[in-house]
Design a protein around this ligand. Structure first.
Ligand SMILES: NC(=O)c1ccc[n+]([C@@H]2O[C@H](COP(=O)([O-])OP(=O)(O)OC[C@H]3O[C@@H](n4cnc5c(N)ncnc54)[C@H](OP(=O)(O)O)[C@@H]3O)[C@@H](O)[C@H]2O)c1
Length: 278
């Protein structure tokens, strides 16, 4: 297959370009192509003639999206529409990366792909609106919702915690938001399998298991053998510009038909820490 990866220099984009085997893969960063430029996207897709476009490019600064609404919708929704329209013209399939933040977080059991979207943040809204538009343009596209991603080659939660833990005796981390930490490498492998199997529709793909940010941080500090104390605090004590879902645990049921199982987040964290040590 011919694969075009958009957002190739991002956290997931780097894992995808590194992990993908057995196909002809071409990765493009924002320097190569700005997905807001519909004509440039059309020209690139016409030239590449990919079987699949993996759309990992996005404006992912969740708090930044609150104060840069226009940019959030221009990249995350309208950019995705540009890609879908170009793909339609070139008969390419699209796998679009979306987010657990399309949900409001009020559920107390894992979110299924059939649960209603109700985003609370601008980032979540831009992703939710992109999903709706993509399914209109390309009803057979594949939308992969993931969450709490970490990995090499970019900013991520474990990296931040390790840097803080190296210089502070104690750190405060929120304990009333639950989700599914996801290693970029494991997600990249799942995406490769989904494309190979011609996946269509909405799929939830995260590492197995769930935790709060506090529990995640505690595990990171423990696994790294650091003496730093990790203290639980509430979301209210750590006010941020964008509201986050209290519970955005994603159900893995939608991966079952493809025979895909992701390792636990604890296992993924161990492998990330090994990779980080070089
Ligand atoms: N990270 C998470 O926890 C998480 C959770 C759920 C869903 N997702 C989704 O998963 C996908 C990959 O996330 P990620 O963590 O790999 O994000 P990332 O590291 O921020 O990578 C996104 C890439 O897109 C690029 N980009 C931004 N605006 C662009 C534009 N107009 N045209 C082309 N490229 C543009 C960015 O370039 P610059 O860095 O130069 O701006 C960056 O290289 C995204 O769709 C994201 O929404 C991520």
């Amino acid at each position: 297959m011919r694969i075009t990866i958009l957002g190739a220099s991002g956290l997931l984009g780097q894992a995808l370009t590194r992990e993908w085997r057995g196909d002809e893969v071409a990765g493009f960063s924002i320097e190569d192509i700005d997905i807001r430029d519909a004509a440039a996207v059309r020209a690139l897709v016409a030239k590449q003639r990919p079987d699949w476009i993996v759309l990992a490019a996005a404006y992912t600064d969740v708090d930044g999206c609150e104060s840069n609404r226009e940019l959030a919708f221009a990249v995350n929704r309208d950019g995705a529409v540009n890609v879908a329209e170009a793909a339609k013209q070139a008969s390419a399939k699209v796998l679009f990366l979306s987010s657990d933040y399309v949900f409001d977080g009020s559920k107390t059991s894992p979110y299924e792909t059939t649960d209603a979207r109700n985003p609370q943040s601008i980032y979540g809204r831009s992703k939710a609106e992109a999903e709706v538009r993509l399914l209109e343009i390309l009803p057979d596209c594949c939308i992969v919702r993931t969450a709490w991603m970490f990995g090499m080659g970019g900013k991520c939660f474990p990296d931040t915690i390790l840097k803080l833990a190296a210089t502070r005796p104690a750190i405060d981390v929120v304990n009333d938001q639950r989700g599914c930490p996801t290693y970029s490498i494991d997600l990249a492998r799942a995406i490769m399998q989904l494309c190979r199997q011609g996946a269509a529709g909405i799929v939830h793909a995260t590492n197995a298991g769930d935790c709060s940010w506090f529990e995640f941080a505690r595990e990171i500090v423990k696994a790294a053998g650091l003496p730093t104390a990790v203290r639980p605090v509430s979301t209210r004590q750590m006010a941020r510009p964008a509201p986050r879902p209290a519970c955005s645990v994603l159900s893995a049921k939608s991966l079952q038909p493809y025979g895909i199982t992701l390792p636990t987040w604890q296992d993924a964290l161990q492998r990330y820490l090994q990779e980080r040590q070089g």
